[in-house]
Design a protein around this ligand. Structure first.
Ligand code: COA
Length: 432
């Protein structure tokens, strides 16, 4: 069986030729136009970059290398004890474009186990930060602290050809992904559990071992991590964590600098931080409405009060999606299977039924439907992980797989420094 790296090495030259041919022969073909509203409005819908690993259809949601989430739940290899896909399989798919076999997945698991030890100095860097430092700050610091280990940087200094860049970016990617669970688990343990490290279990898969190092040794939590880390990995190239990683990577910054940039973007409340905001809001709803599962009517007036006070309903709306996020549905299925009677899940479920109609009547949000962040928090709470500030770190560990797969391909295709043109309002006044 060819290794993951050999499979990539075989794929890259052909795809590079295809892309070179497209750029050379069709480079002048127009794929869109840009309005003033888009230039001021966060570049929504501007087609200006290429990302191979996944594509987002506004009505259907994400496809990873052409496959929907429900398809992958069936097609990707699973752990012996479970029913959820192994994230290693998704990583293999994102990187190569091929659905992996059990053996392909076992190879990634084994590689990550072998490379997964976090260097001693990273613990010291984290220990130097005050314990109340936000877990995302710790994640970013812990990633960038490992930058001196970059194989790419060492080989670049020695002088390598451009066609070899991807190989060392791949090595850095494998090392960093292998160590992320240990890093994230230590952040959790030092911030909330007195700092006691739980050593890795070499018998477990990447996500299962992550659950173990966090201190959650139940089958349900291992399964939750397998699902969670699979579905959050990638959401095409324009979202902030993917775009920031790609942008910084386009300077030939290594994966440590690039991923840290992506994680800093993920830490914003309109992006990855939204899952903790959602949970806070749901707990607040429950408290304000006197505990238990409030009636539809009470929930409905609470939603209206939130809107009328000028705030958004967290967990609803999306910059691109125009239907319920399939990641939300995968999490809902998980809850229905494992914890249908959970009180917070029942609140989320009632909101699932009533909020879209309210947002439609309210008339502002372009997408009144549920996004992934409306659900993840209650799954974690049910399993005993009550530290909301940590949730975005879980998202980050997953997202790293998608954005770093893309970075390997950026190097493989020799994509250039990203440098769009900006305008001044003074200039815009001259053209209107
Ligand atoms: C995700 C989000 C940031 C997308 O932003 P966007 O692309 O600018 O969204 P829209 O184009 O639909 O916004 C149009 C208007 O609807 C409002 N709107 C969007 N989602 C809303 C929501 N969930 N509740 C109330 N109002 C909402 C916006 O605030 C905006 O109002 P404005 O014109 O007064 O500024 C936005 O929907 C939001 O803030 N959602 C809540 C936070 C959240 O769940 N984030 C996680 C995303 S995965």
């Amino acid at each position: 069986m060819p290794t993951l790296k050999e499979t990539l090495a075989a794929r890259i030259p052909k795809f590079r030729r295809e892309v070179d041919d497209i750029r050379h022969n069709h480079g002048e073909k127009v794929i869109g136009e840009v309005t003033i509203a888009q230039a001021y409005g966060g570049m929504r819908g501007v087609k200006s970059m290429v990302t191979e690993t996944s594509a987002l259809d506004p009505n259907e949601g994400i496809r990873f290398r052409g496959h929907t989430i429900p398809e992958l739940q069936k097609a990707l290899p699973r752990a012996a004890e479970g029913e959820e896909p192994l994230p290693e399989g998704l990583f293999y798919l994102l990187l190569t474009g091929d659905l992996p076999t059990e053996e392909n997945v076992a190879e990634v698991t084994a590689e990550w186990q072998a490379r997964g030890t976090l260097p001693e100095y990273v613990y010291k860097v984290l220990d130097a930060l005050p314990p109340q430092t936000h877990p995302m700050t710790q994640l970013s610091a812990g990633i960038v602290a490992q930058q001196p280990e970059s194989v790419f940087v060492r080989r670049y200094r020695e002088g390598i050809s451009k066609s070899e860049y991807w190989e060392y970016t791949f090595e850095d990617t494998m090392n960093l992904l292998a160590r992320l669970p240990a890093l994230a688990a230590y952040i959790y343990r030092r911030t909330y559990k007195g700092g006691k490290i739980i050593p890795a279990d070499p018998e477990l898969d990447w996500a299962g071992n992550f659950a173990h190092m966090l201190g959650y040794d139940t089958r349900m939590f291992r399964e939750l991590m397998r699902l969670y880390l699979t579905i959050h990995a990638d959401h095409e190239g324009g979202n902030v964590s993917a775009h920031a990683t790609h942008l910084v990577g386009s300077t030939l910054s290594d994966v440590y600098y690039s991923l840290a940039a992506g994680m800093n973007g993920l830490a914003g409340p309109l992006h990855g931080l939204a899952n903790q905001e959602v949970l806070r809001w749901i707990l607040h709803v429950r408290e304000e409405l006197g505990g238990g599962v409030p009636s539809r009517q009470k929930l409905s007036s609470f939603v209206w009060d939130t809107l009328n006070s000028g705030r958004v309903i967290p967990g609803y709306g999306h910059a691109v999606l125009r239907k319920t996020d399939p990641r939300y549905m995968a999490e809902r299925e998980f809850a229905l299977k494992h914890m249908p009677d959970d009180e917070l899940f029942r609140i989320v479920s009632t909101l699932y039924e009533i909020v879209p109609a309210i947002l439609i009547e309210h008339g502002k949000a372009k997408n009144p439907w549920h996004n992934v962040d409306a659900h993840s928090g209650v799954l974690l709470m049910h399993n005993g992980m009550v530290e909301h500030d940590f949730y975005t770190v879980l998202f980050g560990v997953s997202r790293a797989m998608g954005v770093l797969s893309s970075l390997v391909w950026d190097r493989a295709l020799g994509l250039p420094l990203e440098r769009p043109k900006s305008l001044t309002t003074e200039y815009i006044k001259t053209i209107i």
